[in-house]
Design a protein around this ligand. Structure first.
Ligand SMILES: [Zn+2]
Length: 143
């Protein structure tokens, strides 16, 4: 397995569905401009999943809200918060019951798309229903 620098203070997102690492970066709002030291390792072999992506971000401890948003693109992702080189908290991403300000409605005729309103969705089974147009979508369609 590829060795990546151990982080001192930050977040490790493990068990990301292979190919979804970049989407997770988008969800976390991290890009070239944010200046964080980031390691994204793609297509790592994993016993459980076949292949997975792993993301390490130095200097950022991500919130529960962001952790759950990761579940949209990768339901089995796990999030480890690291302080002083030690894992201090492990969180499992879970699909939130409702989304506010996370996700965009994919329906081009939806009023939220036309007025650039913040997304509002509620979970029904494994799908989200848009609070504006009432259509349902798969979690990954909202990102
Ligand atoms: Zn909608």
């Amino acid at each position: 397995m590829l060795k990546v620098d151990i982080i001192e203070h930050g977040t490790v997102v493990d068990h990301i569905k292979a190919g979804m690492g970049k989407k997770v970066l988008d969800i976390l709002g991290i890009d070239e401009k944010s200046g964080n030291r980031v390691a994204l390792v793609m297509n790592v072999h994993s016993g459980k999943m076949g292949k997975k992506d792993i993301l390490k971000v130095e200097g950022v401890l991500i919130s529960k809200e962001k952790t759950d948003a990761i579940a949209l693109v990768s339901p089995r992702a796990s999030v480890n918060l690291v302080k002083d080189g030690k894992v201090v908290e492990k969180k499992q991403a879970e699909l939130p019951e409702s989304l506010h300000g996370i996700g965009r409605c994919p329906n081009p005729n939806c009023i939220s798309t036309q007025e650039k309103a913040r997304g509002r969705f509620r979970l029904e089974g494994q799908k989200y229903r848009c609070g504006y147009c009432e259509r349902t979508f798969k979690p990954e369609e909202l990102v």
